[in-house]
Design a protein around this ligand. Structure first.
Ligand code: SF4
Length: 352
């Protein structure tokens, strides 16, 4: 099997090219081509034909195809379903905010974590993505949409910290001054609470934003919606977040999905405020996007407003996330799921 060239850092590429008897600057030329979205060595017109042929015999260049594309008429949000080289599909969503365009990318095909409100986990984990496949989602979202991407959130299909090494390498690649050069402070990584990996990440002292999906302040209800809570409970997750803050100096933000009758009571708001006190935490409240298979529903407007005001009365910053792309299956995993179901029925494969 040929090696995946785009997953290499520039230093690794330089070493590989030196072993082929090629000068350093050639590696940089190729690195720049790849990070501009070249799909084949033939596009690299400043390389000799023999060198292009040699590279082609040794290396693969990943480049996903658009399997589906949905554009929200309401707010311009674009959802991509990418078909990877092995036929598996993952999703990315491009959202347009005042502070710039953000892409939300997937880290795995499927997910092991089993969160009850999430469509991505319904078929389990298929495989973890390679660094190049993470980068490709940012790169080709930018190329296809024509929207310059300035922010990245790792919050799509999969648990990024379950694909730790590939994600770290991706961060290095996307941050490269010779590549997309997206600063760490413009990147958020969301985890359901893998405590061992949060500790490992803290040691790297990256300036990214760690976002933890808490979704409930008490173990009884968190156990019901997030199986990972049986491995690391609320107290253990929050202790790791405090440690992360102390080591990196970066405040942790908490994702909190508002699910009717599960996570939205005033008592839970009081408990959450108590547990987050002194952490400088920010709570991002997310009205649940309904997924038909889960049987769970979003909280009422009144319940959301009441929850937010209780948090704020205790000095916790809490914002309600604007629902973008509500007309296009924008909740993570929905499009892939729908596509697979239709595919099984032999439906035509078209972009709309
Ligand atoms: S919410 Fe995230 S961690 Fe949980 S199952 Fe879905 S993709 Fe996995």
């Amino acid at each position: 099997m040929k090696e995946d060239l785009k997953s290499m850092t520039l230093a690794e590429m330089e070493a590989a090219f030196a072993a082929l008897g090629e000068p350093k600057f050639r590696a940089k030329q190729v690195f720049v081509w790849l990070h501009k979205g070249a799909r084949s060595f033939d596009e690299m017109t400043n390389l000799s034909k023999p060198l292009r042929a040699k590279l082609d015999s040794l290396y693969d260049i990943t480049a996903p195809e658009v399997a589906r594309k949905q554009l929200s008429k309401k707010d311009g949000t674009i959802k991509y379903l990418w078909r990877l080289s092995d036929g598996n599909c993952v999703e990315s969503v491009v959202m347009q905010y005042h502070h710039g365009n953000t892409v939300c990318i997937s880290s795995e095909v499927g997910c092991l974590m089993g969160c009850k409100f999430c469509a991505s986990t319904l078929g389990g984990l298929v495989r973890r993505l390679r660094p190049s496949e993470l980068l490709d989602q940012v790169l080709f979202s930018q190329i296809d949409s024509g929207l310059p991407i300035s922010n990245i959130v790792l919050m799509g299909i999969g648990e990024p910290l379950d694909n730790f090494d590939a994600v770290l390498r991706f961060l290095e690649l996307v941050n490269s001054p010779d590549g997309m050069n997206i600063g760490m402070r413009h990147i958020s990584l969301s985890t359901c609470g893998l405590v061992d990996k949060i500790k490992l990440l803290a040691e790297k002292k990256l300036q990214l934003t760690l976002s933890v999906s808490l979704h409930s302040p008490d173990n009884e209800s968190r156990n019901k919606i997030m199986p990972i809570n049986k491995r690391w409970n609320v107290e253990e997750v929050l202790a790791a977040c405090k440690e992360y803050y102390e080591i990196t100096g970066r405040r942790v933000s908490f994702e909190y999905t508002m699910i009717s009758g599960v996570s939205d009571s005033p008592e839970q708001a009081e408990l959450l405020a108590k547990k987050l006190s002194g952490m400088g935490a920010h709570v991002n409240m997310i009205p649940l996007n309904d997924v038909e298979e889960t049987g769970l529903h979003t909280s009422s407007r009144e319940a959301i407003a009441r929850f937010q005001s209780i948090l704020q009365s205790h000095g916790i910053t809490a914002t309600v996330r604007r629902t973008l792309g509500s007309d296009i299956d924008a909740s993570c995993g929905q499009l892939r799921r729908k596509f697979e179901k239709n595919d099984q029925k032999g439906a035509a494969d078209s972009a709309d």
